[in-house]
Design a protein around this ligand. Structure first.
Ligand code: ADP
Ligand code: TRP
Length: 322
């Protein structure tokens, strides 16, 4: 079974990304041939600074490896190291109806938020289709927010096959990762880099402490019973076993539990949970050439898979000599 996914390199990863995506990505390597890429071409629709883009890709490579992705088994590459992806995007864009792209929620949302769209943002789903179809993967694990993009990929694949009368592309199945539930941010909304309400996986201890202490709480006095369906308790629960959770929630309901103590415990658990990964990451960060080697080896292995599929697409479309 071949599994493919990508994460856009447009920010620093937070614990929502970890519990909602990365942890599952790492787990998939036990189940088949996994290919993950650092989507730096996609980041061009939002990040406009070259050094920043390079930095995010490098940091994210470290994050993946620190979280247990094994480069012997898994293929990890930087999207722009496989520029043929862009050729396929062009080939696919010529069979993509305008109406299909105009219906994209993610595009419509961004425009509704007042973003001045450029063609890159509009064509984003076509590049995403190229990312996927060049490998004919069996499954594409993504969050719920990407479901429509996957449906568009299936549609575009079908149109290419139909147009040229050859079954070059398989229609991939989305595997919607039902994450532990949406991880709340420090302000109680969904944790997202766009809201500046994140707990970064590998932020410095001081910065993490500040962020954890800033998690919103109400003004219930210490002695009073507390509600447990709040951001603080949800965050704390990510790092607790079921019986610990039941005990903590019972204490909260009984009254006498201070939010400050819960925050202190959350910080300790968070540091503890990510501690071994943090050590591994620091160690890898000291060997940038090795990380670069892992990425270029990943790109080479990715190309071995995509080469014949791309050649079949070019051939079907009558590009190049027969
Ligand atoms: P952000 O909202 O910070 O920009 P992205 O949209 O880049 O994050 O998401 C990258 C991955 O992490 C996606 O698979 C997404 O489903 C997952 N993810 C992001 N935020 C959360 C969250 N708060 N809870 C659970 N999963 C999340
Ligand atoms: N659009 C995805 C996101 O924002 C990232 C992505 C780009 C992707 N290309 C992909 C995910 C291909 C899966 C497959 O999260």
């Amino acid at each position: 079974m071949r599994i493919l996914s990508g994460i856009q390199t447009s920010g620093t990863l937070h614990i929502g990304n970890y519990f909602g995506a990365m942890r599952q990505h790492v787990a998939w390597q036990e189940r088949g041939e996994v290919i993950y890429f650092l989507a730096d071409y996609h980041s061009m629709t939002s990040v406009r600074d070259a050094a920043e883009r390079r930095g995010y890709a490098r940091e994210m490579a470290l994050d993946y490896l620190a979280c247990g992705l094994d480069p012997q088994r898994a293929i990890l590459y930087r999207q722009s190291d496989v520029p043929e992806t862009c050729e396929l995007a062009w080939i696919l864009t010529t069979v993509t109806p305008m109406g299909l792209l105009q219906r994209a929620h993610s595009y419509k949302d961004k425009v509704a938020q007042g973003l001045q769209p450029d063609h890159g943002l509009f064509a984003y789903p076509v590049l995403m289709a190229a990312d996927i179809l060049q490998y004919n993967p069996d499954v594409v694990p993504v969050g719920q927010d990407q479901k429509q993009h996957l449906e568009m990929t299936r549609d575009i694949a079908g149109r290419f096959n139909h147009t040229y009368g050859v079954e070059v592309f398989a229609l991939p199945d989305p595997e919607i990762v039902e994450s532990v539930a949406v991880v709340p941010g420090t302000d109680g909304r969904k944790m997202s880099k766009a809201y500046g309400n994140t707990l970064e996986m590998f932020a410095g201890k001081k910065a993490l402490k500040k962020a954890v202490m800033g998690v919103v709480t109400d003004s219930t006095p210490v002695e009073a019973p507390k509600k447990t369906d709040t951001a603080l308790f949800q965050l704390w629960s990510l790092f607790a076993e079921k019986d610990e959770r039941e005990e903590m929630f019972a204490r909260a309901r009984a009254g006498g539990l201070g939010y400050g103590d819960v925050k202190k415990d959350l910080l300790a658990r968070l540091l503890d949970f990510f501690g071994p990964m943090r050590e591994r990451r620091d160690e890898l960060a000291g060997r940038p050439d090795d990380v670069e080697d892992i990425l270029s080896d990943g790109a080479r292995r990715a190309r071995e898979i995509s080469g014949p599929i791309l050649a079949a697409a070019r051939d079907a479309a009558g590009l190049g000599p027969a």
